[in-house]
Design a protein around this ligand. Structure first.
Ligand SMILES: Cc1ncc(COP(=O)(O)O)c(C=O)c1O
Length: 434
């Protein structure tokens, strides 16, 4: 029986096997039935099976519930509200990629693929990443994952112990803190400097006690692209602390504006064995729903990450990996025109927000988010409610780390008309709160 349990900001599906010893007497549960109950209702009516302690979840769940700032209902938008909240490309997956997935299914490629990932996909990734990084990356260093999220989770679960300190330059993607809470590790927030650069002094100070740094580059939610100088300085900190690992989340590495150079963590050759680079097909190839990502690491780390990943996920969908092989063949000019289209939308956001009293914004250099600071007495969460009642949905800055308080995150991966209308609603509503 599957029991869907809803707790504040978390929805968990618990699989409860109904056996005679777990029977609830005149059972309210029927065999093989899916039942949805409100958590409080279940607790109040004492419907939890007596053999199970209440709440019937591990301490990992408790820790995530306590630490998480992530909204539980991603994607839910009220009628009439324009959503600038989702981190999802507005264009669909390319026809060639869809066709490759369908062709794989029609050809009967419906069986398990290799637990380490399909060899063709790992080879193609290894070849393209070797070229980009200027060093040899072997297929055995590539782990194919269930989206970027599972790559991040498997990296953290396989390399981090409970109690380990993990440094998180922030504001940053909100999932890392949840993964660390799941493991029982300690997130050490390292706020970026006011100009958006890394606080290298603080990172250097904390490094000897820490096991990992998690860096989102280009940044979600800031759109910040860290400069080569900052990354080389960070790599010197790792050289001086050989036990320290760098988990670099490069989900947006293909979306960089103004022809800025992007330095991947895989190009930091002196710390190659300390780098774990996670990425995803979700953003570059508009494949969010396909769930395909990858991790690149030293052969030893890659083996450990793969063991955890396959223990949870098993093999990745065969046809999805075949579509992934096709996605990697996307012509560079197609990727460039997509980036150009995000860049022109970035320009609109910057132009519309730059002259609004009480609003300040560091121009995004990549990804598809803007992270304005709004001088208001309201908290970020209150601002989000205020804007929602004005008809535009954005994300609370506080979700992305302590220094995100006072900010909201705007996604500009939406069509021009919705973007401008949504921004106009936001600008009109700002006046009432600054
Ligand atoms: C920085 C970053 N990393 C990872 C992910 C997760 O990617 P996926 O959807 O492939 O799990 C996201 C998704 O929003 C993201 O913004």
């Amino acid at each position: 029986m599957i029991l869907q349990v809803t707790v504040p900001s978390l929805s968990v599906e618990l699989l409860l096997l109904t056996t005679s010893s777990h029977s609830t007497g005149g059972s309210v549960f029927s065999h093989n039935a899916v039942e949805t109950r409100n958590w409080t209702e279940i607790m109040n009516k004492n419907l939890i099976l007596p053999a199970l302690p209440a709440p019937a979840a591990s301490t990992a769940v408790e820790r995530i519930v306590k630490a998480s700032r992530r909204p539980a209902n991603l994607g839910k938008v009220e009628e009439g509200v324009i959503s600038l909240a989702m981190g999802e490309p507005d264009n669909g997956t390319s026809v060639d990629v869809v066709d490759a997935g369908i062709a794989a299914l029609r050809a009967g490629h419906t069986r398990y693929s290799a637990l380490t990932g399909m060899p063709e996909l790992r080879d193609a990734l290894a070849a393209s990443l070797s070229e980009k990084s200027g060093r040899l990356i072997e297929a055995q260093q590539v782990v194919v994952t269930h989206g970027g999220s599972a790559g991040l989770a498997a990296s953290i679960l396989s390399l981090i112990e409970p109690g380990d300190k993990v440094l998180i330059p922030e504001p940053t993607y909100s999932l890392y803190a949840d993964h660390l809470a799941m493991v029982g590790a300690q997130a050490v927030w390292v706020p970026n400097l006011p100009d958006g650069t890394l606080n290298l002094e603080k990172l250097e100070q904390e490094a000897p006690q820490a096991r990992m740094v998690i860096l989102c580059n280009p940044g979600n939610p800031t759109g910040r692209v860290y400069a080569a100088g900052e990354l080389h300085a960070l790599s010197r900190i790792l050289e001086a602390n050989p036990r320290l690992l760098l988990l670099a989340d490069e989900a947006y590495s293909d979306i960089v504006f103004d022809d800025l150079p992007f330095l991947s963590s895989l190009q930091l050759h002196s710390i190659a064995d300390q780098v774990i680079c996670c990425s995803t097909f979700s953003k570059t190839y508009a494949m969010t729903g396909w769930r395909l990502g990858y991790v690149v690491a030293s052969p030893e780390h890659a083996a450990a990450i793969n063991l955890i990943h396959r223990s949870i996920n098993g093999a990745i969908n065969t046809f999805v990996q075949e579509a992934g092989v096709q996605a990697l063949k996307t012509p560079a000019h197609d990727l460039k025109s997509l980036t150009d289209s995000y860049q022109s939308r970035r320009d609109i956001v910057v132009e519309l927000l730059s002259s609004v009293p009480g609003v300040s914004l560091l121009a995004p250099q990549g990804a598809f988010y803007a992270f304005p600071k709004i001088e208001s007495k309201l908290s970020s969460e209150q601002m989000v409610s205020h804007f929602a009642s004005a008809g535009v949905s954005v994300r609370s800055g506080a979700e992305f780390g302590p220094s995100g308080e006072g900010h909201v995150r705007i996604s500009f991966a939406t069509d021009l008309q919705s973007l401008t209308a949504g921004l106009q609603r936001l600008v009109a509503a700002v006046g009432a709160i600054v």
